[in-house]
Design a protein around this ligand. Sequence first.
Ligand SMILES: Cc1cc2nc3c(=O)[nH]c(=O)nc-3n(C[C@H](O)[C@H](O)[C@H](O)COP(=O)(O)OP(=O)(O)OC[C@H]3O[C@@H](n4cnc5c(N)ncnc54)[C@H](O)[C@@H]3O)c2cc1C
Length: 393
Amino acid sequence: MTISCDVLVIGAGAAGLMCAMTAGQRGRRVRVVERANKPGKKILMSGGGRCNFTNTGTTPANFISANPHFCKSALARYTPADLIDLVDRHGIAWHEKELGQLFCDDSSKQIVRMLLDECADAGVHVDTGCDVHGVAREGEGFVVETARGRVAAASLVVASGGLSIPSLGGSGLGYALAKQFGHHVLPTRAGLVPLVLTGSHAERLDGLSGVALEVEATARGPSFRNAMLVTHRGLSGPAILQASSYWEPGQALSIDLLPGTDALDWLRAQRAARPASELRTVLAERMPRRFAQRLCEHWLGDRPLRQFDEPMLARAAAALSAWPVVASGTEGYRTAEVTLGGVDTDGLSSTTMMSRLVPGLFFIGEVVDVTGWLGGYNFQWAWASGRAAGQVA
Ligand SMILES: Cc1cc2nc3c(=O)[nH]c(=O)nc-3n(C[C@H](O)[C@H](O)[C@H](O)COP(=O)(O)OP(=O)(O)OC[C@H]3O[C@@H](n4cnc5c(N)ncnc54)[C@H](O)[C@@H]3O)c2cc1C
C-alpha cells in the first residue's frame, strides 16, 4: 500500500519540523519521517539541555558557505524576533546568556514540544523510527521507500541534517539524495569541534586537562575571543570550537593568550615594576597558575623578569600573542556540533530552498552548505530555511 501526501519531509529535526508546520498551516497534507525513536534529538541535547535556540545578533556574516550571500534571503524573512514571538506564544521562559545567545530557562524539551504542538495543530503526521531507504522520481512527484512502506508525495523536503554525532541521527542520506538528483555536494568536514594535539604539543600540556582561560583564537577567518579549555586530548572551549570551523589540517592556528593586551608593552611594564618577580608569577595574575607555569617551562623561559633582555622579552611576547601550538586534527564527527560543506547552494533557490534541477525537491538545514558559528546561529538557519521551504513546498 502506498500512502500519499502533498509534502514529505525527511528528518524531524529543527529544520524539518519548522518546514512541516509551515506547510501544514497552508493546508498542505504533510508527513514527516524520522529514523530516530523520537523527534528533535539534537534540540534536546543542545545548549546543555537548555537549547540555545537563536542569537539576537544573527547576520549573514555569522555563517560559513561557499556562497556567503545564499543565506541572506531566508534569514531576512524569518528573523530571531519571529522565533522569539513563537517561543513567547508557547509560554516558554528564556534568558540571554552572553553575546545575544538565547536559552530556555527550563529545558530544551519545551522547544521540541512547541514544534510538535504546532505540527499537530497544522495536521502534520510525524512518523518516528522510520528510516528512509530510497527515493524515486515518479511523474511530477516522488515515491519514498521507508521502513514502514511507500509514501508518495508531490514535494519532497530533505532535512536529514549532517554527519555530526551519528548517535543523534546524523546520516549521509541527504548528500546521497542530492547526488542522485544531479546536485553537487561540497566536501564535508567536522565543525565546532575540539582540536587534538599529539606528540610534544600534547606532552607539554599533560595533566592540565580542565584548565580554562580567555584567549583570542584565529584560523584563517575571523578571531574569536572567548574561553579555551585544555582537554585530555587537546583543546576545546568556545574560542577553539569557533576557530575549528575555519581550520583545516596543516594550517596555522593562532592563539593570543593575552587578548586585548599588547604583550610586549605589558611585559616591559612588569619588568620595570617588579624585576625580581618570576615571569610565571606575573603571568599567573592573567591566567591559571598551572598554565602559566607550564607556559614558562616549555615556551617562554622560567626566570626572574630582570634576566629577560629585549630580544628575549620580544620572543616571550610573540609566543604569548601567537602561542605556537600545532593541532594535528579534530575529534571528528563523533563530537562535532555541525558538519561543514554539503549540498552546494548553487543548485538551490535562495528564496525557497527548492532544487534548480528537480522541481518539488527541497534541501534545508544543516545538509545544505551553510554552517553557523557557535551561539544559536545554526538553529536560526534551520528555522529560517525550514520556513522558506514550508511556504512553497
Ligand atoms: C550536541 C549538540 C549541541 C548543539 N547545540 C546547539 C545550540 O545550542 N544552538 C544551535 O544553534 N545549534 C546547536 N547545535 C547544532 C544544531 O543542533 C544543528 O545545526 C541543527 O540541529 C540542524 O538541524 P537540522 O534539522 O538541519 O538537522 P538535525 O537536527 O540533525 O535533524 C535531522 C534529522 O534527520 C533524521 N534523519 C537522518 N537520516 C535519516 C533517514 N535516513 N531517515 C529518516 N530520518 C533521518 C535524523 O535522525 C535527525 O533527527 C548543536 C549540535 C549538537 C550535536
